[in-house]
Design a protein around this ligand. Structure first.
Ligand SMILES: *Cc1c(COP(=O)(O)O)cnc(C)c1O
Length: 358
Protein backbone atom coordinates (compact mmCIF):
# COMPACT_ATOMS: atom_id res chain seq x y z
CA UNK A 1 0.00 0.00 0.00
CA UNK A 2 1.51 3.30 -1.14
CA UNK A 3 0.02 6.72 -0.40
CA UNK A 4 -0.83 9.18 -3.15
CA UNK A 5 2.38 11.03 -4.07
CA UNK A 6 0.73 14.44 -4.45
CA UNK A 7 -0.82 14.16 -0.99
CA UNK A 8 2.51 13.06 0.41
CA UNK A 9 4.23 16.01 -1.23
CA UNK A 10 1.86 18.45 0.44
CA UNK A 11 2.66 16.93 3.83
CA UNK A 12 6.41 16.85 3.13
CA UNK A 13 6.32 20.51 2.20
CA UNK A 14 4.60 21.27 5.48
CA UNK A 15 7.19 19.25 7.43
CA UNK A 16 9.99 21.10 5.59
CA UNK A 17 8.44 24.43 6.51
CA UNK A 18 8.08 23.44 10.14
CA UNK A 19 11.73 22.25 10.16
CA UNK A 20 11.01 19.57 12.76
CA UNK A 21 11.61 16.18 11.20
CA UNK A 22 11.42 13.96 14.29
CA UNK A 23 10.96 13.86 18.11
CA UNK A 24 7.22 13.68 18.76
CA UNK A 25 6.09 16.53 16.53
CA UNK A 26 2.77 17.34 14.83
CA UNK A 27 2.56 14.41 12.40
CA UNK A 28 3.64 11.91 15.04
CA UNK A 29 0.92 13.22 17.37
CA UNK A 30 -1.66 13.24 14.57
CA UNK A 31 -0.90 9.67 13.62
CA UNK A 32 -1.16 8.50 17.23
CA UNK A 33 -4.55 10.21 17.56
CA UNK A 34 -5.77 8.85 14.22
CA UNK A 35 -4.68 5.30 15.08
CA UNK A 36 -6.38 5.43 18.49
CA UNK A 37 -9.59 6.33 16.72
CA UNK A 38 -9.24 3.82 13.89
CA UNK A 39 -8.17 0.95 16.15
CA UNK A 40 -10.65 1.90 18.93
CA UNK A 41 -7.95 1.87 21.61
CA UNK A 42 -7.38 4.50 24.33
CA UNK A 43 -3.58 4.91 24.07
CA UNK A 44 -0.93 4.11 21.51
CA UNK A 45 2.77 4.89 21.23
CA UNK A 46 4.44 4.86 17.81
CA UNK A 47 7.74 3.01 17.31
CA UNK A 48 10.29 2.81 14.54
CA UNK A 49 9.49 -0.87 13.83
CA UNK A 50 7.52 -3.78 15.28
CA UNK A 51 10.38 -5.50 17.09
CA UNK A 52 11.43 -2.69 19.44
CA UNK A 53 7.97 -2.37 21.06
CA UNK A 54 8.20 -6.09 21.96
CA UNK A 55 11.63 -5.55 23.53
CA UNK A 56 10.44 -2.36 25.25
CA UNK A 57 7.22 -3.95 26.56
CA UNK A 58 9.27 -6.61 28.36
CA UNK A 59 11.52 -3.88 29.80
CA UNK A 60 8.60 -1.72 30.84
CA UNK A 61 6.97 -4.53 32.82
CA UNK A 62 10.30 -5.72 34.30
CA UNK A 63 9.79 -9.19 32.88
CA UNK A 64 12.54 -11.69 33.73
CA UNK A 65 13.10 -15.42 34.21
CA UNK A 66 10.90 -17.48 31.88
CA UNK A 67 8.20 -16.40 29.46
CA UNK A 68 5.71 -18.74 27.82
CA UNK A 69 5.40 -18.10 24.10
CA UNK A 70 4.44 -19.60 20.76
CA UNK A 71 6.99 -21.21 18.43
CA UNK A 72 4.66 -20.57 15.49
CA UNK A 73 5.54 -16.97 14.70
CA UNK A 74 8.10 -14.71 13.12
CA UNK A 75 11.51 -14.94 14.84
CA UNK A 76 11.21 -11.43 16.30
CA UNK A 77 8.78 -12.70 18.97
CA UNK A 78 11.38 -14.97 20.58
CA UNK A 79 14.31 -12.69 19.75
CA UNK A 80 12.66 -10.00 21.92
CA UNK A 81 12.86 -12.39 24.89
CA UNK A 82 16.49 -13.22 24.13
CA UNK A 83 17.41 -9.51 24.00
CA UNK A 84 16.01 -9.17 27.51
CA UNK A 85 17.93 -12.18 28.86
CA UNK A 86 14.66 -14.10 29.29
CA UNK A 87 14.34 -17.85 28.71
CA UNK A 88 11.63 -18.61 26.14
CA UNK A 89 9.35 -21.53 27.00
CA UNK A 90 7.56 -22.80 23.91
CA UNK A 91 4.01 -24.11 24.20
CA UNK A 92 2.21 -25.95 21.38
CA UNK A 93 -0.49 -24.34 19.26
CA UNK A 94 -4.16 -24.90 18.52
CA UNK A 95 -4.55 -26.77 15.20
CA UNK A 96 -7.62 -24.70 14.35
CA UNK A 97 -5.77 -21.36 14.39
CA UNK A 98 -2.00 -21.78 14.82
CA UNK A 99 -2.26 -19.69 18.01
CA UNK A 100 -0.90 -20.79 21.39
CA UNK A 101 -3.12 -23.49 22.93
CA UNK A 102 -4.38 -22.19 26.30
CA UNK A 103 -4.96 -25.76 27.48
CA UNK A 104 -1.22 -26.41 27.30
CA UNK A 105 -0.05 -23.26 29.08
CA UNK A 106 -0.53 -24.27 32.73
CA UNK A 107 1.72 -27.30 32.61
CA UNK A 108 4.56 -25.10 31.26
CA UNK A 109 4.40 -22.65 34.20
CA UNK A 110 7.26 -22.85 36.72
CA UNK A 111 8.37 -20.74 39.69
CA UNK A 112 10.43 -18.65 37.25
CA UNK A 113 7.55 -17.86 34.88
CA UNK A 114 6.67 -14.17 34.85
CA UNK A 115 4.67 -13.63 31.66
CA UNK A 116 2.91 -15.09 28.64
CA UNK A 117 3.70 -13.72 25.17
CA UNK A 118 1.13 -15.05 22.67
CA UNK A 119 0.83 -14.08 19.00
CA UNK A 120 -2.40 -13.47 17.04
CA UNK A 121 -1.07 -15.41 14.05
CA UNK A 122 -2.45 -14.29 10.66
CA UNK A 123 -4.58 -11.82 12.62
CA UNK A 124 -6.76 -14.60 14.07
CA UNK A 125 -7.50 -13.63 17.68
CA UNK A 126 -6.00 -15.78 20.44
CA UNK A 127 -8.32 -17.25 23.08
CA UNK A 128 -7.68 -14.13 25.12
CA UNK A 129 -10.16 -14.76 27.93
CA UNK A 130 -8.72 -18.19 28.74
CA UNK A 131 -5.18 -16.83 28.56
CA UNK A 132 -6.09 -13.96 30.92
CA UNK A 133 -7.68 -16.26 33.48
CA UNK A 134 -4.52 -18.39 33.59
CA UNK A 135 -2.40 -15.23 33.89
CA UNK A 136 -4.60 -13.96 36.74
CA UNK A 137 -4.45 -17.29 38.56
CA UNK A 138 -0.64 -17.33 38.53
CA UNK A 139 0.02 -13.57 38.70
CA UNK A 140 1.57 -13.40 35.21
CA UNK A 141 1.73 -10.52 32.75
CA UNK A 142 0.44 -10.91 29.19
CA UNK A 143 2.08 -9.18 26.24
CA UNK A 144 0.52 -9.84 22.84
CA UNK A 145 2.59 -9.79 19.68
CA UNK A 146 -0.24 -8.35 17.60
CA UNK A 147 1.96 -7.64 14.55
CA UNK A 148 -0.64 -9.34 12.33
CA UNK A 149 -3.74 -8.04 14.09
CA UNK A 150 -4.08 -4.46 12.81
CA UNK A 151 -7.78 -3.55 12.90
CA UNK A 152 -8.90 -6.99 14.10
CA UNK A 153 -12.00 -6.86 16.29
CA UNK A 154 -13.96 -9.42 18.28
CA UNK A 155 -17.61 -8.52 18.82
CA UNK A 156 -16.83 -4.92 17.85
CA UNK A 157 -13.97 -4.64 20.39
CA UNK A 158 -10.35 -4.29 19.36
CA UNK A 159 -8.31 -7.41 20.05
CA UNK A 160 -5.50 -4.98 20.97
CA UNK A 161 -7.24 -4.35 24.29
CA UNK A 162 -6.42 -7.84 25.56
CA UNK A 163 -3.56 -8.42 28.00
CA UNK A 164 -1.29 -5.84 29.61
CA UNK A 165 0.27 -4.57 26.38
CA UNK A 166 0.01 -5.32 22.67
CA UNK A 167 2.48 -4.52 19.92
CA UNK A 168 1.97 -3.85 16.21
CA UNK A 169 4.23 -3.87 13.16
CA UNK A 170 3.79 -1.38 10.31
CA UNK A 171 6.45 -2.98 8.12
CA UNK A 172 5.99 -2.61 4.36
CA UNK A 173 4.81 -6.23 4.10
CA UNK A 174 2.00 -5.83 6.63
CA UNK A 175 -1.62 -4.96 5.91
CA UNK A 176 -1.06 -1.36 7.07
CA UNK A 177 2.42 0.11 6.68
CA UNK A 178 4.56 3.15 7.41
CA UNK A 179 7.49 1.65 5.38
CA UNK A 180 9.17 0.52 8.61
CA UNK A 181 7.25 1.19 11.79
CA UNK A 182 5.32 -0.18 14.70
CA UNK A 183 3.44 0.69 17.85
CA UNK A 184 2.50 -0.35 21.35
CA UNK A 185 -1.05 -0.25 22.69
CA UNK A 186 -1.63 0.31 26.40
CA UNK A 187 -4.58 0.86 28.76
CA UNK A 188 -3.69 4.02 30.68
CA UNK A 189 -2.01 7.42 30.41
CA UNK A 190 0.61 6.58 33.03
CA UNK A 191 1.89 3.59 31.03
CA UNK A 192 1.80 5.61 27.82
CA UNK A 193 4.01 8.24 29.44
CA UNK A 194 6.47 5.59 30.67
CA UNK A 195 6.66 3.99 27.23
CA UNK A 196 7.14 7.37 25.55
CA UNK A 197 10.10 8.00 27.87
CA UNK A 198 11.52 4.53 27.30
CA UNK A 199 11.49 4.86 23.52
CA UNK A 200 13.41 8.14 23.84
CA UNK A 201 16.42 6.97 25.90
CA UNK A 202 14.39 7.20 29.14
CA UNK A 203 14.42 11.03 29.12
CA UNK A 204 11.77 12.48 31.43
CA UNK A 205 13.02 15.99 30.80
CA UNK A 206 16.30 17.61 29.81
CA UNK A 207 18.11 16.58 32.97
CA UNK A 208 16.37 13.41 34.24
CA UNK A 209 16.28 9.82 33.03
CA UNK A 210 13.64 7.45 34.47
CA UNK A 211 15.26 4.21 33.23
CA UNK A 212 17.82 3.08 30.67
CA UNK A 213 15.72 3.60 27.58
CA UNK A 214 16.24 2.93 23.92
CA UNK A 215 15.86 5.05 20.79
CA UNK A 216 12.84 3.78 18.89
CA UNK A 217 11.02 6.91 17.80
CA UNK A 218 9.06 7.24 14.58
CA UNK A 219 9.95 10.32 12.53
CA UNK A 220 7.66 12.95 11.01
CA UNK A 221 8.01 11.71 7.43
CA UNK A 222 6.87 8.18 8.16
CA UNK A 223 4.12 9.53 10.43
CA UNK A 224 2.79 11.59 7.51
CA UNK A 225 3.06 8.58 5.21
CA UNK A 226 1.14 6.57 7.84
CA UNK A 227 -1.65 9.16 8.04
CA UNK A 228 -2.16 8.90 4.29
CA UNK A 229 -2.12 5.12 4.27
CA UNK A 230 -4.69 5.04 7.03
CA UNK A 231 -7.16 6.56 4.55
CA UNK A 232 -6.58 3.59 2.25
CA UNK A 233 -6.57 0.69 4.66
CA UNK A 234 -10.32 -0.07 4.82
CA UNK A 235 -10.50 -0.31 1.06
CA UNK A 236 -7.36 -2.51 1.01
CA UNK A 237 -8.86 -4.86 3.62
CA UNK A 238 -12.13 -5.12 1.65
CA UNK A 239 -10.20 -6.00 -1.51
CA UNK A 240 -8.12 -8.56 0.36
CA UNK A 241 -11.34 -10.10 1.65
CA UNK A 242 -12.55 -10.45 -1.94
CA UNK A 243 -9.28 -12.20 -2.85
CA UNK A 244 -9.68 -14.52 0.15
CA UNK A 245 -13.22 -15.43 -0.96
CA UNK A 246 -11.99 -16.27 -4.47
CA UNK A 247 -9.22 -18.45 -3.06
CA UNK A 248 -11.62 -20.23 -0.73
CA UNK A 249 -14.26 -20.79 -3.37
CA UNK A 250 -11.92 -22.68 -5.68
CA UNK A 251 -9.91 -24.43 -3.01
CA UNK A 252 -12.84 -25.67 -0.95
CA UNK A 253 -13.33 -28.78 -3.07
CA UNK A 254 -9.66 -29.64 -3.52
CA UNK A 255 -8.71 -32.91 -1.83
CA UNK A 256 -5.86 -32.48 0.66
CA UNK A 257 -5.95 -28.67 0.77
CA UNK A 258 -7.27 -27.03 3.94
CA UNK A 259 -8.07 -23.35 4.19
CA UNK A 260 -8.80 -21.53 7.44
CA UNK A 261 -12.21 -19.87 7.43
CA UNK A 262 -13.40 -16.68 9.06
CA UNK A 263 -14.25 -16.83 12.74
CA UNK A 264 -17.84 -15.65 13.32
CA UNK A 265 -18.03 -12.31 15.14
CA UNK A 266 -14.46 -11.43 14.20
CA UNK A 267 -13.52 -8.53 11.94
CA UNK A 268 -10.58 -10.01 10.06
CA UNK A 269 -7.92 -8.02 8.24
CA UNK A 270 -7.06 -10.75 5.67
CA UNK A 271 -3.39 -10.07 6.18
CA UNK A 272 -2.42 -13.62 5.16
CA UNK A 273 -4.02 -16.53 3.34
CA UNK A 274 -2.50 -19.76 4.70
CA UNK A 275 -3.33 -23.17 3.24
CA UNK A 276 -2.32 -26.56 4.65
CA UNK A 277 -1.25 -29.39 2.35
CA UNK A 278 -1.93 -33.02 3.25
CA UNK A 279 0.68 -34.78 1.13
CA UNK A 280 -1.12 -38.14 1.05
CA UNK A 281 -4.47 -36.79 -0.04
CA UNK A 282 -3.17 -33.97 -2.24
CA UNK A 283 -0.60 -36.20 -3.92
CA UNK A 284 2.25 -33.71 -3.59
CA UNK A 285 4.23 -32.40 -0.64
CA UNK A 286 4.04 -28.80 0.54
CA UNK A 287 7.62 -28.20 -0.59
CA UNK A 288 6.98 -29.71 -4.02
CA UNK A 289 3.96 -27.43 -4.43
CA UNK A 290 5.99 -24.46 -3.20
CA UNK A 291 8.65 -25.19 -5.86
CA UNK A 292 6.03 -25.73 -8.55
CA UNK A 293 4.46 -22.35 -7.73
CA UNK A 294 7.89 -20.75 -7.81
CA UNK A 295 8.59 -22.24 -11.24
CA UNK A 296 5.42 -20.43 -12.40
CA UNK A 297 6.67 -17.23 -10.76
CA UNK A 298 4.01 -17.48 -8.03
CA UNK A 299 5.76 -16.70 -4.78
CA UNK A 300 4.11 -18.32 -1.78
CA UNK A 301 5.74 -18.02 1.64
CA UNK A 302 6.19 -20.86 4.09
CA UNK A 303 5.07 -18.79 7.07
CA UNK A 304 6.00 -20.14 9.59
CA UNK A 305 8.68 -22.55 8.57
CA UNK A 306 11.13 -23.25 10.09
CA UNK A 307 9.46 -22.99 13.48
CA UNK A 308 11.27 -20.60 15.82
CA UNK A 309 12.03 -23.59 18.04
CA UNK A 310 13.83 -25.28 15.12
CA UNK A 311 16.42 -22.53 14.58
CA UNK A 312 19.88 -23.55 15.84
CA UNK A 313 19.96 -20.83 18.51
CA UNK A 314 16.72 -22.04 20.17
CA UNK A 315 16.75 -25.76 19.32
CA UNK A 316 18.63 -26.67 22.52
CA UNK A 317 15.87 -25.46 24.86
CA UNK A 318 13.91 -28.28 26.56
CA UNK A 319 10.61 -26.83 25.37
CA UNK A 320 11.89 -26.75 21.75
CA UNK A 321 11.78 -30.57 21.54
CA UNK A 322 9.45 -31.45 18.64
CA UNK A 323 7.75 -33.98 20.95
CA UNK A 324 6.58 -30.99 23.01
CA UNK A 325 5.29 -29.20 19.90
CA UNK A 326 3.61 -31.78 17.65
CA UNK A 327 0.89 -29.48 16.27
CA UNK A 328 3.23 -26.56 15.54
CA UNK A 329 5.70 -28.89 13.80
CA UNK A 330 2.91 -30.48 11.76
CA UNK A 331 1.53 -27.12 10.60
CA UNK A 332 4.99 -25.69 9.87
CA UNK A 333 5.64 -28.65 7.58
CA UNK A 334 2.40 -28.25 5.65
CA UNK A 335 1.69 -24.53 5.37
CA UNK A 336 2.00 -22.12 2.46
CA UNK A 337 0.73 -18.54 2.59
CA UNK A 338 -0.64 -17.64 -0.82
CA UNK A 339 0.06 -14.23 -2.37
CA UNK A 340 -2.25 -11.71 -0.67
CA UNK A 341 -2.52 -8.09 -1.71
CA UNK A 342 -5.30 -5.61 -2.40
CA UNK A 343 -4.04 -5.08 -5.96
CA UNK A 344 -4.15 -8.75 -6.98
CA UNK A 345 -6.23 -8.92 -10.16
CA UNK A 346 -8.65 -11.70 -11.05
CA UNK A 347 -6.01 -12.99 -13.48
CA UNK A 348 -3.37 -13.02 -10.74
CA UNK A 349 -5.68 -14.95 -8.45
CA UNK A 350 -6.48 -17.44 -11.24
CA UNK A 351 -2.77 -17.92 -11.93
CA UNK A 352 -2.13 -18.73 -8.28
CA UNK A 353 -5.07 -21.13 -8.18
CA UNK A 354 -4.09 -22.83 -11.43
CA UNK A 355 -0.80 -23.88 -9.79
CA UNK A 356 -2.67 -25.54 -6.92
CA UNK A 357 -5.85 -26.90 -8.53
CA UNK A 358 -4.78 -29.56 -10.99
C1 LIG B 1 6.61 -8.51 11.26
C2 LIG B 1 6.56 -9.16 12.61
C3 LIG B 1 7.31 -8.68 13.69
C4 LIG B 1 8.39 -7.66 13.55
O1 LIG B 1 7.99 -6.47 13.06
P1 LIG B 1 9.06 -5.52 12.31
O2 LIG B 1 8.27 -4.29 12.06
O3 LIG B 1 9.47 -6.21 11.04
O4 LIG B 1 10.20 -5.30 13.24
C5 LIG B 1 7.12 -9.26 14.94
N1 LIG B 1 6.26 -10.29 15.11
C6 LIG B 1 5.55 -10.79 14.09
C7 LIG B 1 4.60 -11.90 14.36
C8 LIG B 1 5.69 -10.26 12.80
O5 LIG B 1 5.00 -10.80 11.78
Amino acid sequence: MLPDLDDLNIMLKDIWERKWITNNQVYHQRLEAALCEYLKVPYISLFTNGTLPLITALQALNISGEVITSPYSFVATTHALWWNGIKPVFVDVDPKTGNIDPEKIESAITKRTTAIMPVHVYGTPCRTREIQSIADKYGLRVIYDAAHAFGVEVGGESVLKAGDLSTLSFHATKVYNTIEGGAMVMHDAETKKRIDYLKNFGFKNEVEIMAPGINSKMDEIRSAYGLLNLRLVDDAIAKRQAVAMKYRRRLSGVEGVTTWGDVPGVRHNYSYFPILIDEQRYGMSRDALYEKMKAHNVLGRRYFYPLISSFAIYRGLDSADPKNLPVANDIAGRVICLPMHHELSDDDVERVLDCIVK
